[in-house]
Design a binder for this molecule. Structure first.
Ligand SMILES: [Zn+2]
Length: 511
């Protein structure tokens, strides 16, 4: 008996092979409409798997489906529990049969955080080298399930892995305070599309949003807006809120990177602690600065109390966030107040610095030394390159890509986030989803041996214009679908028209 040929959506770099496979797929689609539907379902996964082969038939997922895993392997338990819970909450048309096997195999031919998802008629098997791989396999399964009403998962064989290790989104919870429930919702959304970094911009001129036990006035005063400014949202995260966010993110294989801005973007601090500014002006009334943009007053780099204060803040931040990287901002710090400050000028002289740019570098180096002494790494916006980059610092390149290129050439880790492709507060006219999708995080100018320093990229969502959850969501999606795929799927596999089709399916799912 003649068996129908396999329909194959093979993602690879050989054009000819692809063409042949496309023709085979087409022939098979003509002969079997059932697989036609399955094929559409398969391509609705975002980010697109590196390699996927479709077979005939389907696995029927239902409430009776068993999840099998090695009970002795505690590292899988969390993923297994989440899988069981997910199955419990799905709507199925059938009771379902068969099993989902979660398998850790250290010898498997898989990349870091990669997985193989094999769907057969009676069995789904996800194999990975580490639990994160299993987790990503489950996310693919969740997407397949959502696109296949009734729980009929097409038989297929997916081998998948991320192109980059840093797949991030920054949410600005200072300009607009974003409630904890909204942050948790974003963790769900990021997990579903296999993103793994949530960077929280916790402090800025417009509000300090994290409780610091040693300085309770930061939360009490500096997060509290005057009601005469409509649209402003008061609020901060308690340390318990932060612990809940971090734990939930961790369960979803997402690292929460905290950002505490210094020495610029910090006037909100002066509402409670005016002595930390160069002017030491006690008449500061909050909100001190109404942004967006940059204010001239920044933390005094000549005052030792500033360093003590910031180290105490960071000590509590480090205790709350297990992230390898602690973000200290470092951007947009105008130097006029330092130029006119006796303490800052004394510091320049006593440290033998050449001027204010080197004073900024001195400030960041001191912070880097402290963060390093706590077993963590400093990351900052690309201005931290000015006046000399601190020894172990990583750079987040936002003013284009040059900062990232310079840092990588010096052997420093880099996260790319250029305004051209990654600023999601910009309008869609400026930065369309298609433009985001065209982004290549490793700049062409960078020699190949230094490309390893590009950890990945992230989208930045500043909240000075879009200030409601609905408006912020509309800025982020669908562009984040595009960036998720840029960071996960190899460029040879990417296809924008195909992404648009999948976005049509996924947009409902991400709500
Ligand atoms: Zn000063």
């Amino acid at each position: 008996m003649l068996r129908p040929k396999r329909s194959t959506i093979k993602v690879g770099c050989e054009l000819l092979k692809n063409s042949i496979l496309t023709i085979l797929s087409f022939l098979f689609l003509i002969s079997c409409k059932q697989v036609d539907n399955s094929e559409n379902r398969l391509v609705s996964v975002i980010p697109k798997p590196q390699s996927a082969i479709l077979h005939r038939g389907y696995f029927s997922l239902g409430s009776q489906t068993q999840v099998k895993f090695d009970l002795a392997n505690l590292s899988i338990k969390s993923v297994a529990d989440q899988t069981i819970e997910w199955i419990r909450t799905c709507n199925f048309s059938e009771a379902g049969k068969g099993t989902i096997e979660l398998l850790i195999d250290n010898q498997a031919d898989l990349k870091l955080s990669g997985y193989r998802l094999l769907v057969q008629k009676r069995r789904i098997r996800i194999t990975a080298k580490e639990p994160s791989g299993l987790f990503y396999g489950i996310q693919t399964l969740r997407q397949l399930m959502a696109a296949n009403p009734g729980g009929k998962i097409p038989c297929l064989d997916i081998t998948d892995y991320p192109a980059f290790g840093w797949r991030g989104l920054m949410l600005d919870c200072s300009r607009t305070f974003l409630p904890k429930a909204y942050i948790l919702k974003y963790i769900d959304r990021l997990a579903l599309i296999k993103m793994n970094v949530l960077h929280l911009h916790l402090t800025d001129d417009q509000g300090w949003r994290i409780e610091i036990r040693k300085y309770p006035e930061l939360a009490r005063i500096c997060s509290n807006f005057d009601p005469q400014y409509p649209g402003e949202v008061n609020g901060f995260y308690t340390q318990d809120d932060i612990r809940e966010i971090v734990a939930y993110a961790s369960k979803n294989y997402i690292t929460v990177v905290p950002e505490i801005e210094m020495p610029g973007h910090s006037t909100e601090i002066f509402a409670a602690y005016p002595d930390l500014s160069c002017k030491g002006n006690k008449s500061v009334i909050f909100p001190y600065f109404k942004g967006p943009g940059v204010t001239g007053d920044i933390l005094c780099a000549g005052n030792d109390s500033v360093y003590v204060f910031m180290e105490n803040v960071l000590r509590e931040v480090i205790a709350l966030f297990p992230s390898e990287y602690i973000h200290i901002g470092g951007d947009e710090a105008p130097k006029e107040s330092w130029q006119n400050c006796r303490k800052c000028q004394n510091r320049i002289q006593s440290e033998g610095l050449k001027g204010e740019a080197e004073l900024q570098s001195y400030f960041i180096r001191r912070m880097e030394k402290f963060i390093h002494s706590q077993g963590r790494k400093l990351i900052g916006w690309d201005e931290i390159l000015e006046g000399g980059l601190a020894e172990n610092a990583a750079v987040m390149s936002w003013r284009g890509v040059q900062g990232g290129i310079d840092a990588a050439k010096m052997g420093h880790s880099v996260v790319m986030s250029p305004t051209s492709h990654c600023y999601f507060d910009y309008s869609y006219e400026t930065t369309s989803t298609e433009k985001v999708y065209s982004y290549l995080p490793v700049p062409k100018e960078l020699p190949i041996e230094q490309s390893k320093f590009i950890l990945g990229a992230q989208a930045n969502m500043w909240t000075h214009i879009a200030r409601t959850e609905t408006a912020i969501d509309a800025q982020i999606f669908p562009r984040l679908f595009a960036l998720a795929e840029v960071l996960w799927t190899n460029p040879v596999v990417r296809d924008y028209a195909d992404l648009e089709r999948r976005i049509g399916v996924k947009s409902a799912e991400i709500k």
